[in-house]
Write a protein that binds this ligand. Sequence first.
Ligand SMILES: Nc1ncnc2c1ncn2[C@@H]1O[C@H](COP(=O)(O)OP(=O)(O)O)[C@@H](O)[C@H]1O
Ligand SMILES: [Mg+2]
Length: 310
Amino acid sequence: MEYAIETKQLTKRYGNFTAVDDLEIKVPAGKVYGFLGKNGSGKTTTIRMIMGLIKPNNGHIQIFGHEMGRNHNEYLADIGAIIETPGFYENLSAYENLEITAKMFKTKKCKINESLKIVGLLDDEDYDVRGKSVGKFSLGMKQRLGIANALIHSPRILILDEPTNGLDPAGIIEMRKLIRHLSESMGITIFVSSHLLSEVQQIADYIAIIDKGQLIQEGTIESINSSEQSFLILETDQLTNTIQIIESLNFDYENIHAGIKVFCTRKDNIKINKLLVNNTINVYNLESVSKTLEERFLGITNTLNSEVIL
Ligand SMILES: Nc1ncnc2c1ncn2[C@@H]1O[C@H](COP(=O)(O)OP(=O)(O)O)[C@@H](O)[C@H]1O
Ligand SMILES: [Mg+2]
């Protein structure tokens, strides 16, 4: 698989504090990659390093297989980004703001209209806000303009740091649609950070979960959703015999208050139940429990950090 961004042992320290800790992520080309972590987990710091805005203390960053290293400017041509709220000249129009970027990147002026069209700030009929001063834009419009601005130099990767923060529900839906459109119609790799699991689940193909600057889990949205942790709570009238049966089936278990907790899938419950009945063990309680990604995410972050998140 081709990776748009790959980091190895990426580490950033501020004094004694490690903001990003030995981070290894792989962002598949052409996909939407959700970078999920609660506030303060190191998302923006990681993005700043990828953008070459701050230097890592250790580790490597590769962009489409090329080591960023010293000549990172070369690779930055592949990346467009909005980190936190995009800064524009409020008294200038949308078009004038993008003109500045176009000049900076020495791109053709036609890219300005093209970018504004992509983000829905200009259409062929009657919607045209090119002349409107940015100071009069809503936050949603500013975010779109930020994306248009990041697209001016036709990057292959777009990095969006919490793009839905502060948007109203309608703005959030529009932003999701835009992100999917950029990925599906234009093949741009999108790296999008968020502190909201539900947000990332709705837009990403791949997810990485980070906490305290460390990678907790990374994979396709399906693999992370289906790696659901399940277990069985079992209470019977013959604990010793029940344990013998569970051991004969090679399942891990632990003793809990009134019985045992068996680590198995829902399908295994049938097998276990049959064996118990065949061995004339009476069952008081047979309860199947599955932990969703949300619960696991909360669980993971809660065990590593006692703060309440989300
Ligand atoms: N320039 C800095 N100096 C000291 N600490 C910083 C600096 N930038 C970020 N941090 C700390 O690093 C941690 C990660 O921050 P950040 O990457 O902004 O997290 P996120 O974007 O996930 O909310 C936070 O605890 C933050 O306070
Ligand atoms: Mg941040």
